[in-house]
Design a protein around this ligand. Structure first.
Ligand code: PMP
Length: 392
């Protein structure tokens, strides 16, 4: 049986991690993998997470199975964090292994309820989106997103392409902090997209993996909330990996907004999908998130630390844009300060990306996506000088 398997193509980001690890040079810089790092290069366990873990260790009496859809308190707390109040009667939800698990379950739900429905993806998008869709054998289409000249959103192209969406198609939208580009819609542009998609009868499918990493916890949910208020049906796949820093705990949620009348049936189908794929979802991370969101002191401390993380990335953006102004004697890279989230796509050629790696020991994804959090005060001018030398 297994001899029929073909080798899988290597995951580009994982391959880059291995190359970086094997590079013996001092001063090499990793801007590849999408995890937050502080100025010392550490991906820290957040203070509130540590505190909740301690409390949990002392109080936890059993590790027996929890709910098939997750602990109801987790789902309620997450729906509240993402959407605010007022959605209890419309929101069916299941806890999932990370945001990826939520995306997978959302796609399976689309496949179950509307076989043949097209799934629209931004070009570019997180590579795992098309990869999972292809694996599930679902039809997909792309809408333009990135303007290679301005490194902003190609909004006219986006509207033109989404103009071809058919009723019942699912449109995957990055709720905030677009990965891999860092370029985002303004709220006024979101309103136009919402009006267009509502007129088409599309089903928005929001991937929210970076809430709190862009303009703030509430601000980063604004587009998702706008969508939730306008459409009868919405799918939201959210991740706690980044904003709680609990990557390996695999903590996410799929929320399906529907009518109060349909909610029980939708919930039953979400439960069914969990049961088929992995039965009970992971609990540890979800429990920590619930404890943090439900406790005033833990929540305040978590929000404060998340804000430190966000502001650190924002000031790195501003420093890098300023250094690039000096190094290239131009404003060509000012977009770095306008982008939001952990990533920016610099718009370099593959050859330039290779030179940065081979000559300067600077590692970024082949499409020239950099992880801003991979930088610190010392490496910002080094990166700027290296970019100027290949693209000056
Ligand atoms: N969506 C996007 C756009 C992402 O960048 C990521 C993480 N790289 C995820 C979803 C899922 O993250 P996780 O499964 O680790 O929670």
């Amino acid at each position: 049986m297994l001899e029929t398997l073909n080798p899988q193509p290597q995951d580009k980001i994982l391959a880059l991690i291995a190359m970086f690890r094997d590079d013996p040079r001092d001063g090499k810089i990793d801007l590849g993998v999408g995890v937050y790092k502080d100025a010392t290069g550490l991906t820290p366990v957040m203070r509130a997470v540590k505190a909740a873990e301690k409390q949990l260790w002392e109080a936890e009496k059993t590790k027996t199975y929890t709910g098939l859809a997750g602990e109801p308190a987790y789902n309620a707390a997450m729906v509240g964090m993402i959407l605010g109040a007022g959605y209890a009667d419309r929101a069916a939800s299941v806890a999932t292994p990370g945001g990826t698990g939520a995306i997978r379950q959302a796609l399976e739900l689309i496949k179950m309820s509307a076989p043949g429905a097209m799934v629209w993806l931004s070009n570019p998008t997180w590579p795992n989106h098309p990869s999972i869709i292809k694996y599930l054998g679902m039809p997909m289409a792309e809408y333009r997103y990135f303007d290679a000249a301005t490194r902003g959103v190609d909004f006219a192209g986006l509207l033109e392409d989404l103009g071809r969406v058919k009723a019942g198609d699912a449109v995957l939208l990055h709720g905030c902090c677009h990965n891999p580009t860092g370029a985002n819609l303004t709220l006024a542009q979101w309103e136009q997209v919402v009006d267009l998609l509502a007129a088409k009868g599309a089903v928005p499918f929001v991937d929210l993996a970076y809430q709190g990493f862009g303009d703030g916890l509430e601000q980063d949910a604004a587009a998702t909330r706008l969508i939730a208020g306008k459409f009868p049906e919405v799918l939201i796949a959210a991740s706690c990996s980044k904003n709680f820093g609990i990557y390996r705990e695999r903590t996410g949620i799929l929320i399906a907004l529907t009518s109060p009348e349909r909610k029980a049936v939708v919930q039953g189908n979400l439960n069914f999908l969990n049961r088929q794929n992995y039965s009970f979802p992971p609990d540890h991370g979800a429990r920590l998130v619930t404890m943090i969101l439900e406790d005033d002191a833990l929540r305040a401390d978590w929000k404060a630390e998340l804000e430190e993380v966000r502001l650190n990335m924002l000031s790195l953006r501003q420093e890098l844009a300023a250094e690039l102004r000096k190094a290239t004697n131009s404003d060509r890279f000012d977009f770095v300060a306008t982008h939001r989230g952990m990533f920016s796509r610099l718009g370099l050629t593959e050859a330039q990306v290779n030179t940065l790696r081979e000559t300067h020991g600077i590692y970024m994804v082949g499409d020239s996506r950099i992880n801003i959090a991979g930088l610190n005060a010392k490496t910002v001018p080094i990166l700027a000088a290296a970019i100027a030398s290949v693209a000056g």
